[in-house]
Design a protein around this ligand. Structure first.
Ligand code: GUN
Length: 284
């Protein structure tokens, strides 16, 4: 299940929407806070900016030093959040330890929360309410979009998600439950994980361990595999959480790394930005 055909379609749709906003005098604008020199984060934020440029949106990466003081970061975020010409902003994660307790939800309003992490957005996702006004976390949104594109229905399916993060596992649990799947959210302390994965129709790997899922986790169900992992091996090669070669003959479909969920996450971020800009201006 490669992302490119869907990403190309989304890009064209967003370019049209962005141009329509610009005609109304609104240039969709995203501010990205990048802290320190975490190499994968530098690459991701550059990829995000490239996508925004391609759809005609503005994207500025505010690159701050690793040792930036919490009060300085808070002041900068607050300034951008209050600026009516800024429609979306987020802090690229992970952040250095001394900044991990900053309460982003009190700084970034729900309407500009293109990451979908604000409690208001999360509660809407949990309760399946007001979804057209909700900014949904980008990776889970991308997973749902890709499944839909490949006509993989969730209704009645048994899904095993491995990884309980607020960025992926938890929001995805709710989105898939709302789509009538039976979902089990697993993690590093789950006992007998193989007993669950061997029965699954769909397995989502989002635990951040290179090549974790091998054929020993699969039974006879020929599951769909969603690989959310972005890891670098000893040769600095990008690898997922799934051992692709080991399992490829035992699955019905699989998302590759690279070229699967990664590009979908970026496309979803751009969808959220255009949604936020459209909603904030009350036009179109
Ligand atoms: N780091 C890895 N994924 C994400 C994401 O979706 N949002 C942010 N802000 N940081 C990330």
């Amino acid at each position: 299940m490669i992302a490119r055909p869907l990403v190309t379609k989304i890009k064209l749709e967003l370019r049209d929407k962005s141009h329509a906003l610009i005609k109304h005098g609104v240039v969709p604008s995203l501010k990205v806070f990048l802290i320190g020199n975490h190499l994968p984060s530098i690459t991701y934020t550059q990829n995000k900016k490239k996508f925004m440029d391609e759809i005609g949106a503005k994207c500025e990466i505010l690159h701050l030093a690793e040792d930036v003081k919490a009060e300085n970061l808070i002041a900068l975020i607050t300034k951008q959040a209050k600026d009516s010409s800024v429609h979306g902003l987020f802090v690229q994660l992970p952040v250095p330890k001394h900044l991990q307790d900053i309460d982003l939800k009190s700084l970034i309003p729900a309407e500009k929360d293109v990451d979908g992490f604000h409690p208001k957005n999360l509660i809407n996702v949990m309760s399946n309410l007001n979804m057209s006004e909700t900014l949904v976390a980008c990776t889970p949104k991308g997973v749902m979009g890709l499944l839909e594109h490949y006509n993989i229905s969730l209704s009645g399916k048994f899904v095993v998600i491995i990884g309980r993060s607020m960025i992926v596992g938890k929001p995805l649990f709710h989105l898939m439950t709302n789509a009538d799947a039976t979902v089990v959210l697993c993690h590093s302390k789950t006992n007998n994980l193989r007993d669950l994965t061997r029965k699954a129709d769909i397995i989502v790997c989002a635990l951040g361990k290179a090549k974790f899922l091998d054929e020993s986790y699969l039974g006879e169900t020929r599951p769909v595999i969603i690989d959310v992992g972005i890891n670098y091996d000893a040769n600095k090669k990008l690898v997922g959480d799934v051992d692709f070669e080991s399992i490829k003959s035992k699955v019905s479909a699989i998302t590759p790394v690279p070229g699967g969920i990664g590009p979908m996450t970026i496309a979803s971020l751009a969808q959220n930005l255009i949604q936020a800009a459209t909603h904030l201006k009350g036009i179109l």
